[in-house]
Each structure stands twice: as C-alpha cells, then as structure tokens.
Design a protein around this ligand. Sequence first.
Ligand code: NAD
Length: 471
Amino acid sequence: MSQRRTFFEQVNAGFDRAVAMTDHDPRLLTQIRECNSVYHVTFPIKRDDGSIEAIHAWRAEHSHHKLPTKGGIRYSEHVNEDEVKALAALMTYKCAIVDVPFGGAKGGVKIDPRKYSVRELERITRRFTYELKNKHFIGPGVDVPAPDLGTGPREMAWIVDTYNSLSSGELNSLACVTGKPVALGGIRGRTEATGRGVFFGIREVCSLEEDMKALGLATGVEGKRVVVQGLGNVGYYAARFLQENGAVLVGILEYEGAIASPKGLDLDGVVAHRKETGSILGFPGATDIPTSRDGLELDCDILVPAAIEQQITDENAPRVRAKIIAEAANGPTTFSADKIFRERGVLVIPDAYLNAGGVTVSYFEWVKNLSHLRFGRMQKRYQEASNLRILSAIENQTAKSFTEDEIEKFGRGAGEEDLVNSGLEETMALAYLQIREIKLRYGNRADLRTASFINAIDKIAWCYKDMGIFP
Ligand code: NAD
C-alpha cells in the first residue's frame, strides 16, 4: 500500500491521521490540505557544447494563509510536480510549528547538478529566476526561495542578482531569497542552521529522562551511537554538532555505500578521504557496506536520515535497529514505516519539526534584509561596555580578579552569529515543548509527528478563523 502512495499522498496521510483527532470544520481542513498554486515551466538552455536542452522546473505555493510563502529550491533528477507539492506542504506545517510567519512553498529543477558545468548551472538558475519573477512566483512579500538538495549559497547569489537586475530600485529586493552568501545580504549561521537545528532538536528529545528511560536509553546526547545518511549540508553539520557534543558517529551513508565503525568515525577525516578518493568507502579502520540502504539497518541509538525522501519503508523498517529516528531530511520515512515504528516503540522525531532550523534562520535573514541592519550592530559595543562595568564592580567589591580569558568570555557583546544561534536554540526548544505537550495530552494516540501536525493545523486554522472565513 505504502509503495503506491505518492510523496504528497504520504504527507496528506499524516495530515489526515492528525485531523481525525481535531474538531476543525472539514471545509477548513480541505483548504489547509490542498496545494494553492503550482507553476510548471519548461525553458531551453544552451549547453557548453552548443546543444539545446529543455529544462523542466516547478514552484509550488502550498498555503497563502501567511505571506510571503517560503521554501527551498532543489536540483535533482527526481524532481516532479508531486514531490514539489509534498515539500511545499511540509513547509507550511514546518513554518507553523516553529512560529515563522510564512506560508509554505517549494521549487525544483529536474536536473542532476553533477552533470552540468558551473556556467550551465548559472544559466539554468538565472533563467528559472526570470521565469519565476515573470509569473510573480518570487519576491520579498510574495514567495522567497532558499537552498535545498543540490543548491547552496552560490545558486542563491545568482537568484538575488537576477532578481535585482529585473527590479531596479526595489528597496527590499535582497529579501527575495535567503541562504545567500553573507556579502550579498546573507546571515551568519545560515549555512549550518539546519544541521544545528537538528542537533538542538535531538538534544531536547534526549534531555528528558522519562522519555529516554522508556526507550531504554540514558539521558543526554553524550555517548549515543549515531548513524547519519547524507553528508551534504544538513547531514554534515548535524553529524558535526552531535560529534562535538559527545555522540559517537558509528556509521555514515552516502550515494556510493556506507561505512561503519563501532568505535566511531572521524567526520572530517571521512570528508577528506572522500575528497581525495571520490568515495567514503575504504576509509581506514572502517567496515564497508555495499549500499546506503543497507547502512540504515546498522546497530545504533539514533539514525539521522539527512539525504532524500522515502528511504525507510515498510520493507526495511522492521530491520531498522535505531531507537530514535531523527528526520533531518524531508519525508525520509513513509507513512506505513511510521506505523511500524509506532508499534515497535521507536521514537520518530518528525521532519516538519526537526529540520525547521533552516527556515528559522532564513526568517532571521529575511528580517535582516528588510531592516537593512545587521543583528547586533547597534548593541554589541554597548553590551560589552555594560558587561565590563559589571565585571569591574565585582572586582572592586570582592577579592576576585578576572583573567584575560574570563574578561573576553564574560565581557563580550553578542554579534550576529551569537544572536542567530541563540534565536535558533530558543525556537527549537520551545517548539519541542509544544509538540511534546500535545503528544502527552493525546496520550498514546499521538506520536510526535501527529502532535506536530495538530500543532501546525491548529495554528493555521486560527488564522482562517481570525479572518472570519471559517466559523
Ligand atoms: P545536499 O545536496 O547538500 O546533501 C544531500 C547529500 O545526500 C549529498 O551528499 C548526497 O550525495 C547525499 N545523498 C543523496 N542520495 C543519497 C542516498 N540515496 N543515500 C545516501 N546519501 C545520499 O542537500 P541538503 O541541503 O543537505 O538536504 C538534505 C535533506 O534535508 C533534503 O531532504 C532537504 O529537503 C532537507 N532540508 C534541507 C534544508 C537546507 O537548509 N539545506 C532545510 C530543511 C530540510
């Protein structure tokens, strides 16, 4: 059954499971569930060898209950309309869960970026931006893309540059896209944000003794055995923050296969090895596993799928040995695999909550662009001076004399990155408390995914009710 559900149907199955526990007007629920608009465009690009190729691209805006809509653009050969709609829907719920004031959107270009030169990728990105602008599917108050699978700050730089050239003099044009390089209006901490948010989310979950006890695990991240699938932006930073905080990275899964070591893998060593040899396989001291999919079944406490969707299905879910599935990617677990995990008592931390760090910091970047002011610029020195006055008062009143290091540590004012990371930490912690509270309120009927959906649906429903559209 699960294999026949499309990705959008999988997301909607989760939605339907949650709404069955609410008493919202069914007409309102239909409005929330449907994807509001989809733009499919085909445009020609000239390859470096002079040939012409037709490129297919999509932008889906799932919900306009808040504007702008927000969501990444992915470059992948698997992109299709259903996938873009599913990912846009997840963005709607994600934004609501972390109280980021956007509707959900997503874009995709159906190409394997590894098969195109940088110049070709630039032509594709600029042309897609032009098409989006032409049809009003991009703009600071309309729809704001960001990086996703296969895209990053470079593509966002091309997008903002193209948008700027098409909107001469538009005061807020920098806010048309997020995830930009810092020199082009980006924000410090955005590159790491999704992975850092994944870490914060896992840390929150692992901090609750009662919940860990139920899984037969000790409290805290330290010592937890972790397997990460996908060493891209999200997977790499999630692995890095987990490892820095004492988790043991016992497995890494990539396109070409998987590697395992019960004693732990040195993340940066693996990255360097892959750069040198083109593969994670053959890493000294690790065992090679032929496929990424087999690696999902490695013995560990936390499995972090951080690559692509539909990796854990009802076929392999019974053999997954992790006690916690931390969904860093969007949609890695199918609806029926989720059911198996509920029955087996495996804790799934859902994507719509766990990978929301990216959109949270994108929101900060958007606000920065609209305010035309770097966070911390006004108060950093002021805060430093007050901190130093306090330290000096303590020294005067006590026998204590602070060392240079202590003065640097306690006296420092908060800069942009400190504020971004602090805002992200607060967001992830608060959102988890809300979800967990809903889960407890519904007893055994709601898992974390269902609780996240209920949380999001309630918040979106309030918007429509406050507009007087639905009773
Ligand atoms: P990325 O392109 O930077 O990295 C993806 C990595 O996964 C690559 O290293 C790729 O080789 C690997 N990969 C692809 N297929 C694989 C497979 N079958 N097995 C093992 N590895 C595989 O992409 P990303 O930005 O890190 O995104 C990863 C996931 O996180 C996606 O689901 C994306 O939608 C989601 N996400 C990303 C962001 C963000 O800010 N970038 C935010 C929220 C969610």
